[in-house]
Design a protein around this ligand. Structure first.
Ligand code: FES
Length: 144
């Protein structure tokens, strides 16, 4: 049911933890399943994501997608990180079962929420970045 990559990231999640004084922190939940994801970003003066950590209180697919999402945004610019969609995360994991697609949306949204927090703290506008939702269900109803 799950790809080897999903199982690997679930069993050995990368970048678990917190960053003190993070440049941006984003927390997103899914009211339906009760899962919550938090992403911490450390962004340098050039706008490069130097470090990223996550904490996920959620299902195995949510853990695997957060882990992969953190790997995909590390070392990237803010604008490149915006391109890391849930589809990109799923592709990097060799797919997810259809009932677990929404879990990958949590990862995308938590990164966007952390970028939003960073932009707010810096007083800048990141083009193409929309205000995050606190509950991902709002987006799922819109898009799926
Ligand atoms: Fe809730 Fe996966 S079941 S995030």
């Amino acid at each position: 049911m799950y790809s080897e990559k999903v199982m690997d990231h679930f069993n050995n999640p990368r970048n678990v933890g917190e960053i003190e004084n993070a440049s941006g922190v984003g927390t997103v939940g899914n009211a339906k399943c009760g899962d919550i994801m938090r992403i911490y970003l450390d962004i340098d003066d050039d706008g490069i994501i130097q470090d990223v950590k996550f904490k996920t209180f959620g299902c195995g697919a949510a853990v695997a997608t957060s882990s992969m999402a953190t790997e995909l945004v590390k070392g990237k610019t803010v604008n490149e990180a915006l391109q890391v969609t849930n589809k990109a995360v799923m592709e990097a994991l060799d797919g997810l079962p259809p009932v677990k697609v929404h879990c990958s949306l949590l990862a995308e949204e938590a990164i966007h929420a952390a970028l939003w927090d960073y932009a707010k703290k810096k007083g800048i506008v990141i083009e193409g970045l929309e205000a995050p939702v606190a509950d991902i269900e709002e987006k799922i109803e819109e898009e799926y």
